[in-house]
Design a protein around this ligand. Structure first.
Ligand SMILES: [Zn+2]
Length: 422
């Protein structure tokens, strides 16, 4: 048994001041009022390991469903990329994440999904949990591609997804040797997805593309989550995407037209629909804090999930140069391509939590819902993203300035600041 004692526990509906969490194995065994350090006198309970966390907060571990990289590593960097990123994220309070790809070639996607599978099968000690990937995908609107490579965008097909790649024999090796972008189609991407279904969680799609609605239905039918984004969908086209099964929206407000009140478009449909959980980049650069307040007010915390959309530039100093999907980026208040296009953020989830409380004005409980509970629910993760008896012991200990002091994953200390209290 491990006792985390004396911290303010951020529960879904309130903050329990100076409480204690008892961890047993990978679970929260008890949520206790008051501090507790030793078994009661005469108790037969086994001796516990005790951490005095007075003056700190404990929140559920952050779950980032949209992250491309951190500290110089991008998800498309090859076979070790995902486990490297997983090893670095607990420092920022992340206990689980969806490795997120840009539109890329079938071969690059396959390498990434194999890396995701490897990292999910064997979690590195101290590493964040690797969830099924988020493909920001080849099936987006070129007019709203942002930093995504135009040469990798494709139209969905209107037929089914075709046979699994493994049933196609030589085709698989053909694909591996292809180099030219015009030698592959959207079908080749769909075969890669079909070949790695358990490792593909979310697929971002622009619902106005020809064949998109059929693709959304097909992906949802195979158990994937579809997120509407990088899209110029009208209000009606967005509703059609939702009717087809899309239940998420990719970085609300970013890479979609703004909200004119006579033609609400995708952003208006997302704000209105209770069926859709919306991502929000919470760095204060991608979305003004006032619009973050508007989004949370419209959808409530249980339908907004904070994301970083972080690039490999997250955690690097301003002025650094790194890359996203092989393209160079410059690090400032966000990440930028050399032509000035914004290419993602340099945000980390601990800073997102701080922004939501300090600048957007959310309560600690609501900020924890947005950073942990809602993403867990969006992905169907039972027992995650909440501090309650029996829930998974994925936890973050924050100081009063919301700096990460400890990160616990599955009841084990995954990361501790150099001055971590014991
Ligand atoms: Zn992204």
């Amino acid at each position: 048994m491990i006792l985390l004692s004396g911290a303010d526990l951020v529960l879904p509906d309130r903050v329990l001041a100076e409480g204690t969490l008892a961890l047993d194995g990978d679970r929260i065994a008890d949520v206790i009022h008051g501090t507790r350090s030793n078994p009661a006198p005469g108790s037969s309970a086994p001796q516990s390991v005790h951490f005095d966390l007075s003056g700190h907060y404990i929140v559920p571990g952050f779950i980032d469903v949209h992250v491309h990289g951190v500290e110089g590593t991008d998800t498309l960097d090859g076979t070790d990329a995902i486990s490297t990123i997983a090893g670095r994220l607990p420092k920022y309070g992340v206990t689980a994440f969806c490795p997120t790809s840009l539109a890329c070639t079938p071969g690059v996607l396959r390498t990434m999904l194999e890396a995701v599978r490897g990292a999910r099968t064997t979690r590195a000690p101290g590493g964040a949990r690797v969830l099924p990937a988020h493909l920001e995908s080849n099936f987006i609107n070129p007019e709203y591609k942002g930093a995504q490579p135009l040469e990798c965008l494709r139209l969905p097909r209107t037929s089914d997804l075709g046979p699994r790649t493994s049933e196609l024999g030589p085709r698989r090796s053909d694909l591996a040797t292809r180099t030219s972008n015009d030698e592959w189609t959207g079908d080749d991407i769909l075969r890669e997805i079909a070949d790695a279904r358990p490792d593909v969680g979310i697929v971002t799609i622009a619902s106005e593309l020809e064949g998109a609605l059929e693709l959304i239905e097909s992906l949802v039918g195979h158990g994937h989550h579809v997120s509407l984004g990088h899209s110029a969908a009208s209000y009606g086209q967005a509703l059609e995407g939702i009717r087809a099964g899309a239940r998420q929206a990719t970085h609300l407000f970013n890479r979609m037209p703004p909200v004119p009140h006579r033609a609400p478009g995708l952003a208006g449909a997302v704000l209105e629909s209770d069926d859709v959980i919306a991502e929000l980049v919470c760095d204060g650069v991608h979305v003004h804090p006032a619009m973050m307040r508007v989004a949370v007010a419209a959808k409530r915390p249980d339908r907004i999930m904070a994301i970083t959309d972080a690039t490999a530039g997250a955690g690097l100093p301003a002025g650094s140069r790194t890359h996203i999907g092989g393209r160079p980026i410059r690090i400032a208040d966000a990440a930028y391509l050399d032509d000035g296009t914004i290419a993602g953020s340099v945000l980390t989830m601990d800073r997102a939590f701080g922004k939501l409380t300090a600048e957007v004005g959310l309560s600690l409980s609501d900020a924890a819902v947005v950073c942990s509970t809602t993403p867990a629910r969006a992905l169907g993760l039972q027992g995650f993203g909440v501090i309650s008896q029996g829930a998974m012991a994925d936890l973050v200990v924050l100081d009063r300035d919301f700096r990460v002091v400890q990160t616990w994953i599955a009841g084990t200390l995954a990361w501790g600041a150099p001055s971590t209290p014991v």
